[in-house]
Design a protein around this ligand. Sequence first.
Ligand code: PAF
Length: 286
Amino acid sequence: MKICTTIRETRAACRDARQGNKRVGLVPTMGALHEGHLSLVRAARAQCDAVAVSIFVNPTQFGPQEDLARYPRSFELDREFLEKEGVDILFAPSAEEIYPKGEITWVTVEGLSDKLDGRSRPGHFRGVTTVVAKLFNIVEPDAAFFGQKDAAQAAVIRRMVRDLNFSVEIVVCPIVREPDGLAMSSRNAYLNPEERRRALALRSSLLRVEQEFHGGERNAAQLMAVAKEVFAREPQVRVDYIEIVNPDTLDPVQQIAEPTLVAVAAYVGTTRLIDNVVLNPNGGKS
Ligand code: PAF
């Protein structure tokens, strides 16, 4: 695995990897890798000839009161995982490499960036789309792999790719869960044992919504009420949002007639966690 810290080295390595019309896959990450990230790497391996992974804790997607300073960093372990997965290129730049002094250009997907997590975390998606656009320009991947756990992020990135004519296929891979159902997240490391138990309220609320939906309920307000009941039994978990929306526009849906995203975000102690499920009235796999 070639480890690159500069844009110049990464461009050269990716150019070499593409030789002979090879398909290059990119898995952008912020490190602290878990099975969720590794599932993206495996999907990239399966669909591409060469795989590049980026590890960059992107400062511009954290708000001033958020967890940038304490975000888990485990570069050596991450490097070992990626080596074992057969990754070809690891791009691990410094903040100065990605954001040279005096930079004033941002990428914003207006009208999507202020929904769901974007509403609770002003500026978050602007930071995500700016860094992902940079990564696309540096690596020039044929395909890029993201997790369904960050469903709103996936919608924003898909829209950016469409609107800015990036020539990259966006592949969104299923949520990977712990055995008890908690969605894997680097932030799960913040939870103490009591919070870890309480965090299951996110998954339980979505399972209850799915149950009602499979029982025939199609009204979003009714489904939302069911989710809220679950959180009411876990008062120490503070709901940030429960939303039932179109998975592309992130606009609220009243009656479920096509695949619809049910997304939740909640604070367990000081840790903000997210999870979601897609309800498909046409019976397809969500
Ligand atoms: O999903 C993440 O880990 C980040 O938002 C991403 C896509 C790597 C951009 O920093």
